[in-house]
Design a protein around this ligand. Structure first.
Ligand SMILES: *Cc1c(COP(=O)(O)O)cnc(C)c1O
Ligand code: SF4
Length: 342
């Protein structure tokens, strides 16, 4: 094969991979009945599921469903994405915006809460709807990032010289395709005070094909120091193919970190979390944060209490090398950083 044909073939393969992740997005499961069907389960309270979904619809990509164990109603991956009647019940102390993010919403599409770093939300959409999500009530409709909004954000950053890092968050920023991300990165790279770019995303976990070579290359060659923080809660989310893809990214020199949320009935045991850290290590990803849940309305059934969380974290420290132990943290409205617990 001549070099030229090899090049064309590589390009074609590329395109196929990229189309795949977008097809996976499009073909996601969007109802409790379809989701339960896909894992050989049924429910006699479908009405309750539908009622919970009115508030925050079901959305689950098929590659994530493929990692669930069929027939197991307590599957830890299923539990993260299936509606629960508990969501519609009032729970004392659980409110819509406990972090008071609305107060830190400096401009549409921007949250500036911690001095040196801002959250930029290029999209309100997510590939997966996590039932425990603390942004499930966020007023995203007011946070659409068009060109004017982006220009305003850049101005805001320039006027606040202590900002040196932009964190792409959301929604899920990797919903944007590689062309849109490239454009956004180019704008940010033009702001000389910025040193770091961080991407917080759950997309690679639910659709591993989102880890395209084009994006890896773009991050690798950026003038900013780039890091990607994935969001993985359970070792079963890290199957062999995802581990292999993440490894490839790590080998290209991209800093990979993970954040998890401590979730009742999903990962609230030291054994599970130790196994998660071990698999992350296999994938070249360092555990960063283990978040305590925020008291967000509709998520009380995932809540763990502090005493239990601290006990789990202590057992984790005993089981793992220090660098594989995530920091146990909680977000507190009005504080200058996340608060380390235990
Ligand atoms: C978590 C978070 C950050 C990033 O904090 P780090 O401790 O640097 O990871 C920035 N802004 C907001 C609003 C956050 O919630
Ligand atoms: S991916 Fe993140 S922002 Fe989106 S629903 Fe899940 S937890 Fe919430």
């Amino acid at each position: 094969m001549s070099e030229q044909t090899a090049g064309v073939q590589a390009l074609t393969l590329h395109t196929i991979t990229e189309d795949n992740w977008q097809a996976d997005l499009r073909d996601s499961i969007r109802s409790a009945s379809a989701l339960l069907n896909a894992v050989n389960l049924s429910a006699d309270d479908l009405g309750e599921h539908e009622r919970a979904a009115l508030e925050f619809p079901i959305r689950v990509p098929l590659p994530f469903v493929a990692r669930m164990i069929p027939g197991d109603p307590h599957d830890p991956l299923l539990r993260q994405v299936i509606t629960d009647r508990a969501e519609t019940l009032p729970a004392a102390g659980f409110t819509e915006d406990p972090l008071e993010e609305a107060n830190a919403n400096a401009l549409p599409g921007l949250i500036h809460k911690y001095k040196s770093r801002v959250l930029l939300m290029p999209t309100s959409a997510c590939a997966v709807h996590c039932r425990y999500c603390f942004r499930r009530h966020f007023p995203y409709a007011d946070n659409r990032l068009d060109e004017t909004a982006l220009a305003n954000i850049i101005n805001y950053i320039k006027q606040n010289s202590e900002i040196n890092e932009v964190i792409l968050s959301g929604g899920d920023p990797l919903i944007l395709d590689d062309i849109a991300l490239d454009k956004l990165m180019t704008v940010l790279e033009g702001v000389t005070q910025l040193k770091r770019l961080r991407i917080h995303t759950r997309l690679p976990v639910v659709i591993p094909a989102r880890l395209t070579d084009v994006l890896a290359e773009r991050l690798q060659t950026s003038s900013l120091n780039t890091a990607m923080v994935i969001h993985c809660n359970h070792p079963a989310e890290l199957d062999a193919s995802l581990i292999q893809r993440l490894r490839q990214w790590r080998n290209r020199g991209i800093t990979l970190l993970n954040q998890s949320v401590l979730l009742s009935g999903v990962n609230d045991s030291a054994e599970t979390l130790a196994q998660l850290s071990e698999r992350l290590d296999d994938a070249g990803v360092l555990p960063y944060y283990l978040h305590l849940t925020d008291p967000v309305a509709g998520t009380a059934h995932f809540h763990t209490d502090d005493t239990q969380a601290i006990g789990i974290h202590r057992a984790l420290r005993a089981a793992l090398p220090g660098y594989l132990v995530p920091r146990l943290v909680r977000e507190i409205a009005g504080e200058t950083s996340k608060r380390v617990v235990s």
